[in-house]
Design a binder for this molecule. Structure first.
Ligand SMILES: Cc1ncc(COP(=O)(O)O)c(C=O)c1O
Length: 416
């Protein structure tokens, strides 16, 4: 229902309608115009490519969520949060440095550490804050930092904040990593366990073996594998039996944990210093009590979700095999399944063709991918039924000519 100003009781002459329209100086104007030229003008609908024309309608199949175990509405998690919110005592709103050992935040940190098989963990405001804060503490401009080219932007940002020079190695290429270490020496190795763009998995054993040989520090971002992989969801480092060989696991708790937080999993020696050295810990406020209560309930739910993990694996395999049989070139080994349309105009065609048929994936484009390798990314969850995925596969079969799939570079790479 659309209300007019009279119904809303807004006086048209009131100062509220004289909104701030200050002009910007040229240096910012130029940036905005550049963004217009890059993002808005090339698109048929005048919106950035990531935003389609249509919103999901009734019966839409939505393959965009990172809530891989489909638990964001779980009654135990909601109840834990509501119980805290219903409590009339006001909660402290402050930086985490002031918390004592028995605070719910520190209890959650001990529970996360135990869950992952480590001594300690540090809860952060987001996965972004975790990666940036960690790098700010452990690196400086003299530290060689080796980073897989596809690693998440938050780790690249961490390098920038630390002042170090990134030495990027080719995606999932341990030999290239080793050559760089021989050239630049002992340092920090950064990678994702499961890559958020194309859904493939890092050769963790090989990379950690190199890290040990050259006595490097390792940071593995497990944002997309905590909760979904490993014993009771404890992640891929645990699944590969590498828990005692990795210095830091970081992660966003806005994926399978379906919350709004991040985590650094580490030794207790390091956890002692972090709150007093990391700027995001000192100068930014802690999570609220109901968020922590929700996350504590979430660990319990995740531990007990082997059935959801099995269903997620089954769904992902079914969908990957189906797309592969249709001729789509996919690199996925997980619940993140991306189709490389390549040119942005081709991704736009595919996005529109799917949305017309009430199917919604996510467009990944620059700066998340190289400019000519944009993607249509599907993220699956355990609540999807086979029939829904079968419907999407039938649509993907039907639109192949319309979207020009046979002529994409990725299709040609597959057939050679
Ligand atoms: C691999 C990876 N690391 C870190 C982050 C940042 O997490 P958050 O959204 O919690 O800031 C993301 C989120 O997209 C991610 O995919």
């Amino acid at each position: 229902m659309v209300m007019d100003n009279n119904q809303l009781n807004i006086d048209n002459d009131s100062p509220a309608l004289h909104r701030n329209k200050l002009d910007f100086p040229e240096f910012l104007e130029n940036k905005l115009i550049e963004c217009d030229r890059e993002l808005f003008l090339p698109r048929k609908n005048g919106k950035p490519l990531v935003v389609g024309d249509l919103a999901p309608g009734p019966g839409a199949i939505i393959l965009q969520s990172n809530d891989y175990l489909n638990i964001s509405n779980h009654p135990e998690i909601r109840k834990a949060q509501i119980d805290i919110l219903s409590n009339t005592e006001s909660e402290p709103v402050m930086s985490a440095v002031f918390f004592h050992d028995d605070s719910p935040n520190h209890c959650f940190e001990r529970e996360m550490a135990e869950f992952a098989g480590f001594e300690s963990s540090i809860v952060c405001q987001s996965g972004w804050a975790a990666n940036v804060g960690l790098m700010q503490v452990i690196a400086d401009k003299t530290t060689p930092v080796y980073i897989d080219f596809f690693t998440h932007m938050s780790l690249w940002e961490g390098i920038k904040v630390s002042g170090a020079t990134p030495r990027s190695f080719r995606h999932n290429d341990p030999e290239h990593l080793e050559r760089l270490i021989r050239e630049y020496g002992q340092g920090i190795i950064m990678l994702d366990s499961l890559y958020s763009t194309i859904g493939d998995i890092a050769p963790l054993r090989e990379i950690i073996e190199i890290a040990e040989r050259y006595e490097c520090i390792t940071i593995v971002d497990e944002s997309h594998s905590l909760g979904t992989h490993g014993p009771h969801g404890s992640g891929l480092v645990a699944e590969f039996g590498l828990t005692d060989k990795v210095h830091f696991i970081t992660g966003s708790l806005a994926k399978a944990f379906a919350g709004r937080a991040g985590i650094i999993i580490c030794s207790s020696r390091f956890a002692k210093y972090y709150p007093y050295m990391a700027f995001p810990a000192i100068f930014s406020s802690a999570l609220l009590a109901h968020e922590i209560a929700g996350l504590r309930a979430t660990i319990r739910v995740i531990r007990e979700s082997d059935d959801r993990r099995a269903k997620l694996r089954e769904n992902a395999k079914f969908f990957r095999d189906g797309l592969d049989a249709l001729g789509y070139n996919i690199a996925s080994q997980s619940q993140i399944i991306s189709i490389e349309c390549g040119l942005e105009s081709d991704t736009e065609l595919m996005r529109d063709a799917l949305e017309k048929r009430n199917v919604f994936g996510s467009v990944f484009m620059t700066p998340a991918t190289p400019k000519t390798r944009s993607l249509m990314r599907f993220s699956l969850h355990s609540g999807l039924e086979k029939q829904e995925l079968q419907n999407v596969l039938e649509i993907c079969a039907e639109i192949r000519d319309e979207i020009g799939m046979w002529n994409w570079k990725s299709t040609k790479r597959k057939s050679t």
